[in-house]
Design a protein around this ligand. Structure first.
Ligand code: AMP
Ligand code: MG
Length: 321
């Protein structure tokens, strides 16, 4: 049995250089000792993750940051005070102790303090900062339960089961610039939330990551997923599953998963990956449609996940048309 709630055992695994899947408030992470390059290499192998894609390092208290970063900008502490622990990653100049494999050779490291008791305990008891991407095969649907992890990564040394995650989509990622902050990935902490602490830097984001174009497709089910629009809603619904937000288009679908009863975008975020997993596993469903939401606030983060999830399916569909 490699699933359970034994934090001591999980921490022992981390110290031994093994891999532990653990809950955070966003999605489940696949963790290893961030200062052990061999252990981190196993994350890339198990996930089949390309080496150009850097990992986020998770900490349990601010003191841990000094071993990981070259210099902590004082603005980082103002942001941390407001948003940590929480679903926000800050990219900072990296210190010499962080192995290059963690940051994909970049001179910067992404750091986050997760808002989940089990995750914080694991980091504390192991005494190590923990490098962790989401605990799924590269490019596939992110896991929000221990069962989702087991489905994709049955060989992980240990899965800490903390139930379903409470935020449901990955952290917002920012970096600081002389003018303020830039957003590298949208999440439930929005531009507007962050603007209460620092100005938003309007200049275009130039990505450090070697091949950002390859990441247009991500979070993708093994089954066709398309964002619902006039054309897809007009096609045969008898073997289609709908990820529904408003309830306005539910009629006639083989199955409907209503992600929120109260029109709450936070609930869409919490339930979107689970809905994708449910339809992926359901043999009666051939195609998944997902209802879009306005592209602002938390909606930006949801639309980012949906666009990436549909990307390669949409391309196939367009090629056939
Ligand atoms: P995840 O996919 O949730 O494991 O988060 C990893 C993502 O964080 C990467 O795909 C990058 O988009 C981002 N990231 C991590 N470290 C850095 C960094 N040093 N610079 C820029 N982006 C980073
Ligand atoms: Mg991921």
């Amino acid at each position: 049995m490699n699933t359970g709630r034994d934090v001591e055992h999980a921490a022992h695994c981390i110290r031994e250089g093994k891999l532990v899947a653990f809950p955070t408030e966003t999605v489940y992470g696949l963790g290893a000792d961030a200062l052990n390059p061999q252990a981190v290499a196993h994350i890339f192998e198990l996930k089949e993750r390309p080496s150009f894609d850097p990992l986020i390092v998770h900490i349990a208290h601010l003191d841990q940051m000094s071993t990981l970063v070259a210099e902590a900008d004082p603005r980082v502490f103002r942001i941390a005070e407001k948003f940590w622990p929480g679903p926000l990653t800050i990219v900072m100049p990296k210190g010499p102790l962080v192995p290059d494999i963690v940051t994909a050779g970049l001179p910067t490291v992404g750091i986050r303090m997760p808002d989940n008791t089990i995750a914080l305990e694991l980091i504390q008891v192991s005494g190590r900062p923990i490098a962790a991407p989401s605990a799924n095969k590269f490019g596939r649907i992110s896991p929000t339960t221990a069962a989702h992890v087991k489905k994709q990564l049955p060989d992980v040394d240990y899965i800490l089961d903390g139930g379903k995650t409470t935020v449901g989509i990955e952290s917002t990622i920012i970096r600081l610039t002389p003018a303020g902050f830039q957003i590298l990935r949208n999440g439930v902490i929005t531009r507007e939330d962050l603007e209460t602490v620092l100005p938003f830097d309007e200049s275009p984001v130039v990505s450090d990551i070697a091949a950002p174009g390859m990441l247009k497709s991500h979070y993708s089910p093994r089954k066709k997923l398309l964002i619902a629009d006039e054309a897809t809603l007009a096609t045969d619904r008898s073997r289609a599953g709908l990820i529904s937000f408003t309830g306005e288009h539910d009629a006639g679908f083989a199955k409907v998963i209503r992600v929120s009863r109260t029109h709450d975008l936070k609930e869409y975020a919490v339930n979107v990956f689970e809905a994708m997993h449910t339809f992926e596993d359901d043999d009666t469903i051939e195609v998944i449609l997902a209802e879009p939401v306005p592209d602002s606030g938390i909606g930006k983060a949801i639309m980012d996940r949906l666009r990436k999830a549909e990307f390669s399916w949409r391309a196939q569909q367009d090629a056939r048309a």
